[in-house]
Design a protein around this ligand. Structure first.
Ligand code: TIU
Length: 230
């Protein structure tokens, strides 16, 4: 039996056997000083505030044995997958591929490209390096999810209006139902987070659903729910 999640704009029926938790780009590049996010002129401390809520959801999700997906925004060391239109945009203090305090900015394998330790992937979880903003563009994610019968995605991560919203829209176009946990996502620009939550849920949930993580956790932790584990 699905979990009945009190979400906006209306209830979300979560079937854990066919759902994945998708954690977007919780990597040092965005959350810690010295990475890509700060190079663009942002205050990265805003993003650190969501980490405890993300950890709580990840632990609950793992406890029920449901699928977890981690993404990283990452480019190949030769930057062959980084278009000029992305690298040469604006006037950042460091461009993608430049050497920063945590290694080369947004390059796969560099210290800054690692997911923060408290959310680090464990064995059995899917890890996706993505060169774009969306988790599906130029990655095997759709095929991996389909092969496991996944039809619903619960989203956390950063930033709300850039990689999270892009991934939710890509997922929606591919037929997935998406639920965004509003206290587990953040933007460098506060108004953009709220705007994204509104855009996702407007027009009858044109992109998907939104709810606070405690609402999800309360349903997941109900004793009878343990039987739903994959
Ligand atoms: N700049 C910004 O807000 N975000 C990104 O560049 N990437 C992600 O959102 N992951």
């Amino acid at each position: 039996m699905p979990l009945a999640i009190a979400a906006r704009p209306f209830g979300f029926k979560l079937d854990l056997a066919h759902a994945a938790l998708v954690i977007i780009d919780m990597q040092r590049d965005f959350v810690e000083p010295g990475g890509f996010g700060e190079s663009l002129g942002n205050d990265v401390s805003r993003l650190q505030a969501i980490v405890p809520a993300c950890v709580a959801v990840l632990q609950a999700w793992r406890a029920l044995g449901a699928l977890v997906v981690h993404t990283r925004e990452a480019h190949a060391p030769d930057l062959s997958d980084c278009p000029r239109a992305k690298r040469e945009r604006g006037h950042p203090s460091l461009r993608i591929g430049d050497l920063g305090p945590m290694g080369r900015i947004l390059v796969a394998g560099e210290p800054g490209n690692q997911i923060i330790p408290v959310l680090a992937p464990i064995a059995g979880e899917i890890e996706i390096d993505k060169p774009g903003k969306g988790a599906f563009y130029a990655t095997p994610l759709h095929e991996l999810l389909r092969s496991q019968g996944i039809t619903q995605l619960v989203f956390m991560g950063v930033t709300t209006e850039v990689c999270v919203q892009t991934s939710m829209r890509e997922a929606n176009d591919r037929g997935y139902e998406g639920l965004l946990l509003e206290d587990c996502t953040e933007s460098y620009i506060p108004g953009f987070k709220q705007a994204t939550l509104d855009m996702v849920t407007a027009q009858g949930g044109i992109v998907g659903w939104v709810c606070p993580s405690p609402v999800l956790l309360a349903e997941m932790k109900a004793p009878a729910r343990a039987a739903l584990a994959r």
